[in-house]
Design a protein around this ligand. Structure first.
Ligand code: NI
Ligand code: MN
Length: 226
């Protein structure tokens, strides 16, 4: 599969069979987005929570692509109420989709839509495709259960926020990497707005000092996950 960083918390996964899974597509109002909502593909849209910088352009994209939303129940109901296809899940639950397995984890954060509808709880998500597991932590502070998630799952890629203020900052994110013990870590949720300015290479250097691997993806960069 391929993993492409669309900046902020947004990633596009393309499976070896050509299925596309879009995560938290905040593009058109995001100064760092390398692609617009008119051109991004999506068979599925996974949302970690309802905040505007995660729900983003989801509805515009789903209208064009007929994508199915995958998110916690309250947010899935919200998407369904707007006329979109949605698969309702919740924290701790996993489901085998035609592209792979999705499991929602806790995240310590809020979740309300831009038009002020309660979006359930915020979540992180484990995505397993072709034997590789990506853990997108969503927006969250550091929490000790990340150690349990790391113990119970063989995480290949941990995608973790570093921008501080709304989520973990760099030092907490480095601790998260220690807890989860992934093969690689990728920083996200930084430099979109002045208030979340952070140096991803400071994160990478600190992670590598502890003997672990980190990859800083450029906005728009795609890597092959094998
Ligand atoms: Ni948020
Ligand atoms: Mn956010």
């Amino acid at each position: 599969m391929k993993l492409k960083y669309l900046s902020h918390s947004s990633f596009l996964i393309t499976t070896s069979e050509g299925k596309t899974i879009l995560i938290d597509p905040f593009l058109d109002d995001n100064p760092n987005a390398p692609i617009s909502s008119d051109e991004v593909p999506a068979d599925y849209i996974i949302l970690t929570h309802a905040h505007g910088d995660h729900l983003g352009d989801s509805f515009k994209i789903a209208e064009r692509t007929n994508a199915t939303f995958i998110c916690v129940n309250e947010l899935a109901e919200y998407c369904a109420s707007k006329g979109f296809k949605a698969h309702n899940m919740h924290i701790g639950g996993a489901f085998n989709f035609d592209f792979g397995r999705v499991k929602f984890t806790i995240a310590h954060h809020g979740s309300v839509t831009p038009d002020n509808v309660y979006g359930g709880v915020a979540a992180g998500v484990l995505i397993t495709i072709d034997g590789k597991t990506i853990y997108h932590a969503g927006d969250t502070g550091l929490f000790y259960d990340m150690k349990l998630i790391g113990e119970m799952n063989d995480i290949d890629y941990l995608i973790v926020p570093i921008g501080d203020n709304f989520t973990m900052g760099i030092d907490d994110a480095v601790k998260a990497v220690e807890f989860v013990n992934p093969k690689f870590s990728i920083p996200m949720h930084y430099n979109t707005f002045p208030i979340i300015e952070a140096d991803p290479f400071e994160f990478k250097n600190k992670v590598e000092k502890s003997g672990k691997k980190s990859i800083v993806l450029e906005f728009g960069q795609e890597i092959e996950i094998m």
